[in-house]
Write a protein that binds this ligand. Structure first.
Ligand SMILES: Nc1ncnc2c1ncn2[C@@H]1O[C@H](COP(=O)(O)OP(=O)(O)OP(=O)(O)O)[C@@H](O)[C@H]1O
Length: 160
């Protein structure tokens, strides 16, 4: 569950998130809609503490995200994220991009990591691009690789 209670965030004097109250239950898919610059990315980035909230309470998967004692890397392991600009490594193939974190962070053997990567590449419809580099892909294809990369970590929460 993701729980925002009276959450505020300032960038300097700029009050970007104002008294946010929001509860997202397990299995729910939530879309946040708003004008450009209204704070959608900021709100999403608070969930894995890429941004810190100024006041209020934010609980993710039973963890108080902004508690100094929290092992943030442990929490982040359960939260997949597809960045706005996808952030694929340009010098790595699609398959290498997807298998990197499962191999290095989860210590999954290469063969299994590749099988999982191919499973998700099939799911997003571009298995034939496994050996391509990001620069050889369209924007939408890059986005699908970023989604497959996120899913390959089998997170509890996916942020887009
Ligand atoms: N690091 C920062 N420092 C200062 N202001 C920031 C910072 N990041 C974002 N902002 C400002 O906070 C506001 C919200 O930004 P945010 O990226 O959350 O908007 P958004 O709703 O996701 O926009 P878009 O739909 O255009 O992606 C914007 O006015 C932006 O200029």
């Amino acid at each position: 569950m993701i729980y925002f209670h009276q959450v505020n965030k300032y960038y300097g004097d700029f009050h970007v998130l104002k008294d946010i109250n929001l509860t997202i239950h397990q299995g729910e898919v939530v879309v946040i809609i708003g004008p450009s610059g209204s704070g959608k990315s900021t709100l999403v980035r608070c969930i894995n503490r890429l941004e810190t909230i100024t006041s209020g309470e934010l609980i993710v998967d039973n963890v108080k995200v902004n508690d100094k004692k929290v092992d943030i890397n442990r929490l982040r392991r359960n939260i997949g994220m597809v960045f706005q600009h996808f952030n694929l490594y340009p010098h790595m193939t699609v398959l290498q991009n997807i298998t990197l974190a499962p191999r290095k962070v989860l210590r999954i053997p290469e063969k299994e990591a590749k099988e999982t990567a191919m499973y998700y590449l099939e799911k997003v419809g571009i298995p034939e691009k496994a050996n391509a580099y990001p620069s050889e892909l369209s924007g939408g294809q890059q986005q699908r690789v970023a989604i497959a990369r996120g899913l390959a970590m089998k997170p509890k929460i996916m942020l887009f």
